[in-house]
Write a protein that binds this ligand. Structure first.
Ligand SMILES: Nc1ncnc2c1ncn2[C@@H]1O[C@H](COP(=O)(O)OP(=O)(O)O)[C@@H](O)[C@H]1O
Ligand SMILES: [Mg+2]
Length: 323
């Protein structure tokens, strides 16, 4: 992928302080998004996807510890920004759509009030212009009767409509990067596809950078340029989406893709033996080694350097070091 990097996460290490001690979750995560590029992030639950996304906006819970790393946005390290710079990024440049549209909207306020507050604050607009902007955004998010939605409380809307409101909010103004963290996971099966189509269409139309975190592998495959595979706090494989999905290299990626019911409908997932490791005492070396069918001595000792197996398609695995 050519073009200028918009976001570059480098060697990010994040842990959490808990009553059981410190968990070592992110273990050197890296990820790049170029301007206008659509990037997917996949991996089992608990692999650290949300922790990575929240790090970008510095909205991690208070017990999180950023131990090491850089998050360079438009040439500047987010981890070193002043509060004022951070606010500008959050209000104008990057927006995030969460898994749960309910908790993202304050239940005590009408949708219109929530939107006006955000718009007025971010863009210094008069009430009338802000309202116009809000209604336009609701319309763009394919909400029928925007005036009525504007005048509703969150509880008066269905889950799908609430997520459309969040999408509308996320796309207001001239955003450069939209982060969607499992945006349809909490929605009813019947409306998942509609909401996803809306989001992907809007992202394409606006030509913004996009990070799409999802367990819906088919949707990721179809809607991103490049994909990163995350396992237990490490990026273990990345590359152009078509290459990663058609030619998965890492034993973990191979298993993960096997877990998707085959399109023929008959064959079902074999599943991956074992579970994500305990982050209080993570495995040494490659964190996947306890679950891997191809384990070698080296795997227990060191984290493998990435290898570019085909053009722009990388894997961190010792199986590809022997060649
Ligand atoms: N506030 C927290 N305190 C302690 N541990 C947490 C906290 N948030 C997340 N974790 C742990 O971090 C790990 C990664 O979680 P997360 O980033 O949510 O993964 P994913 O989004 O891939 O499911 C999990 O083991 C989770 O339990
Ligand atoms: Mg998550």
């Amino acid at each position: 992928m050519n073009g200028e990097p918009l976001l570059e996460i480098k060697d990010l290490h994040v842990g959490y302080k808990t009553h059981m001690g410190i968990s070592h979750v992110l273990n050197g995560v890296h990820l790049t998004v170029h301007k206008g590029e659509r990037v997917g992030v996949i991996g089992e639950s608990g692999s650290g996807k949300t922790t990575t996304m929240k790090s970008i906006l510095r909205i991690l819970p208070s017990n999180a510890i950023i131990k090491k790393g850089e998050i360079v946005y438009n040439g500047k390290d987010v981890l070193k920004m002043s509060n004022e710079e951070l606010l500008t990024i959050r209000r104008k440049k990057i927006s995030m759509i969460f898994q749960d549209p309910t908790s993202a909207l304050n239940p005590l306020f009408k949708i219109g009030q929530i939107m006006l507050d955000i718009i007025k604050y971010s863009y210094n607009l008069e009430e009338k212009d802000a309202k116009e902007m809000a209604l336009k955004a609701l319309k763009e998010a394919a909400l029928p009767d925007p005036e009525r939605v504007f005048d509703s409380y969150p509880f008066q809307l269905s889950g799908g409509m609430r997520q459309r409101v969040c999408i509308a909010l996320a796309l207001i103004g001239e955003r450069e990067l939209i982060i969607a963290d499992e945006p349809t996971t909490n929605l009813d099966v019947t409306i998942k596809a509609q909401v996803l189509n809306l989001l992907t269409d809007l992202v394409k139309k606006k030509n913004v950078g996009w990070i799409f975190v999802s367990q819906a592998l088919g949707a990721v495959r179809e809607n991103v340029d490049r994909v990163y595979v995350m396992y237990a706090g490490n990026i273990i494989e990345w590359g152009p989406s078509e290459k990663v999905f058609s030619n998965p290299l890492h034993p973990y990626t191979q298993k993960l893709l096997e877990c998707v019911p085959k399109l023929t409908g008959k064959e079902f997932a074999k599943g991956i033996r074992g579970r994500i490791p305990n982050y209080f005492h993570p495995p040494s070396g490659c964190r996947f080694h306890p679950r891997c069918d191809y384990i070698m001595d080296n795997c227990k000792k060191n984290i493998p350097e990435p290898v570019e197996v085909e053009h722009e398609h990388f894997v961190s695995c010792y199986l590809y070091h022997r060649r």
